[in-house]
Design a protein around this ligand. Structure first.
Ligand SMILES: Cc1cc2nc3c(=O)[nH]c(=O)nc-3n(C[C@H](O)[C@H](O)[C@H](O)COP(=O)(O)O)c2cc1C
Length: 379
C-alpha cells in the first residue's frame, strides 16, 4: 500500500476501533501497514513498545487481566518496600497508605497528585500478586515485572544486606523465572528526602545496588532513576553511574518541594527529553532505556524512541477521565492504546508514516520497524 493509501486506512481503523480494539493489533498493523512494532523491555522482546509504569494501576490481578486482554506489552507491578527476614523495613516511611488520588491539569497536560508511596499491604500479599502476575507472563499473556525499593544507606553506612537477601529470594521464588526480571525504584519522593541531598550518596547507590541485588539471585535489573533535585548534568552522571544495570527507566516524576508531592505533565517530558538529548559518555552497549514521563501520544513515544528508548512506561495516560479518550467502548487500557496507536495525526502509526514520507525512516524487507527509530539502529 502507498503511504497515502495507508493514511486513508488509518482514518478508517481509528474510527472502527473506537468501539473495539483487536487484542492482536500489532499483527493487524503489520498486515495492513507493513509496520513492525516489535520492541524490547529489559532484554525481552515485546509486540509493541507500550507498557504500564509501576503504580496504582498494577495493584491486583484484576488490573493485570484487563491489561492482558487489551494487549498491553508489559506491566510493572506497584513498588514494594523491601524487608528482612524479621519483617523489618528500613524504608518503612515509604510504605504508607494514602487514598486520595487526583487527576488534574498541569502546564497544559495532565498530572496525578498523590502523596502515597509504596505498597501498603503485607509483603506476603505482594508475593501473592507477584505469583499471579507471573502466571500471566508464563502463559504469554502479559510480561510482568515486580518493582522494589530496597534499603539505601548514608555514605558512611553499609547496605543492609539482609533486606536485599530476603526480598530478592522471596521474589525470585514467587516468580519462578530465571533470570528474575526486576525494577529497582529510586522514586521522586526519595528525591525530596534529606537522604538524597548529597550527590555522592546517590551515585554510590547507583553504582553498588546492582551487585547487592544480584548477590542473591539471577536477576536482570532495570533501575528506575529519579529526577534528582540537581541539574541536567547530574542526571547524566546518574546514568553513567548506573552502567551495570541491564536497563534504565528514564526518568521518574519531578518533585515539588513546596507542595511535597511528585508531579508530571509537560515539564516532566521536557526535562527527560532534554537530558536524553545531551551527549554523554554512555556506551552504545550499555543498559537499554525505557522512557517514562508525560507520554500521551504516539508522537511522544517516538520522541523517547529517537533518544534511545526501546519501550515506554505510562501511568497518567491510563488514568484520564473516560471522555478524554476518543474511543467510546472498552477498558481505559484499550482506549489509551487505541489513541496512542491509531490517532490519524499523532498516533504511532501516523508518525512513523510521516517520517517515512519525510525520508527519515526507511523500509527494511518492505517494513517500517519501530526499533529503527532508535539512534544507531541497524539499517
Ligand atoms: C499515582 C502514582 C503512583 C506511582 N507509584 C509508583 C511506584 O510505586 N513506583 C514507581 O516506580 N513509580 C511510580 N509512579 C511513577 C509512574 O510509574 C511513572 O513512571 C510516572 O508517573 C511518569 O509517567 P506518567 O507521566 O505517564 O505518569 C507512580 C505514578 C503515579 C501517578
Amino acid at each position: 500500500m502507498s503511504n497515502s493509501g495507508s493514511r486513508a486506512s488509518l482514518t478508517n481503523d481509528f474510527e472502527r476501533f473506537k468501539r473495539a480494539l483487536p487484542r492482536d493489533f500489532p499483527a493487524h498493523v503489520r498486515d495492513t501497514y507493513r509496520i513492525n512494532l516489535a520492541a524490547r523491555y529489559l532484554g525481552e522482546p515485546i509486540p509493541h513498545p507500550i507498557g504500564k509504569g509501576s503504580g496504582q494501576l498494577s495493584l491486583n490481578s484484576g488490573q493485570l487481566e484487563t491489561d492482558a486482554e487489551a494487549g498491553l506489552a508489559f506491566a510493572v507491578l506497584k513498588t514494594v518496600i523491601a524487608q528482612d527476614s524479621a519483617g523489618d523495613q528500613s524504608m518503612a516511611a515509604w510504605a504508607i497508605h494514602e487514598t486520595k488520588m487526583k487527576v488534574e491539569r498541569r502546564g497544559g497536560g495532565w498530572t496525578v497528585t498523590w502523596k502515597g508511596r509504596g505498597w501498603d499491604r503485607s509483603f506476603d500479599d505482594y508475593l501473592v500478586l507477584a505469583r499471579a502476575a507471573w502466571d500471566f507472563t508464563r502463559a504469554g499473556l502479559l510480561l510482568t515485572v515486580p518493582s522494589v525499593k530496597y534499603h539505601l544507606p548514608r555514605l558512611n553506612e553499609p547496605f543492609r544486606d539482609d533486606e536485599y537477601a530476603f526480598t530478592t529470594h522471596a521474589l525470585s521464588h514467587a516468580c519462578g523465572q530465571t533470570p528474575l526480571l526486576l525494577e529497582k525504584d529510586f522514586s521522586p519522593t526519595l528525591a525530596g528526602d534529606p537522604l538524597a541531598d548529597e550527590k555522592q550518596q546517590i551515585l554510590r547507590w547507583l553504582r553498588e545496588v546492582p551487585a547487592k541485588i544480584r548477590a542473591h539471585a539471577n536477576v536482570r535489573l532495570a533501575m528506575k532513576l529519579m529526577n534528582a533535585r540537581f541539574d541536567d548534568d547530574f542526571q547524566l552522571e546518574m546514568m553513567d553511574a548506573s552502567s551495570s544495570a541491564d536497563a534504565l527507566v528514564v526518568f521518574n516524576r519531578l518533585f515539588d518541594a513546596d507542595l511535597g508531592v511528585a508531579y508530571g505533565g509537560p515539564e516532566l517530558s521536557d526535562r527527560n527529553l532534554r537530558v536524553l538529548d545531551r551527549p554523554s559518555g554512555r556506551q552504545t552497549v550499555g543498559p537499554s532505556l525505557s522512557g517514562t514521563g508525560n507520554i500521551h501520544s504516539g508522537r511522544m513515544v517516538v520522541e523517547y524512541a529517537l533518544r534511545g528508548c526501546s519501550s515506554v512506561q505510562l501511568h497518567t495516560f491510563f488514568q484520564l477521565p473516560l471522555e478524554e479518550y476518543p474511543a467510546t467502548e472498552g477498558s481505559r487500557t484499550q482506549r489509551a492504546l487505541h489513541a496512542l496507536m491509531f490517532d490519524p495525526r499523532d498516533g504511532l502509526i501516523a508518525v512513523m508514516l510521516e517520517r517515512e514520507a519525510a525520508g527519515a525512516l526507511e523500509r527494511r524487507g518492505g517494513e517500517l520497524h519501530f526499533l529503527d527509530l532508535l539512534p544507531g539502529a541497524k539499517r
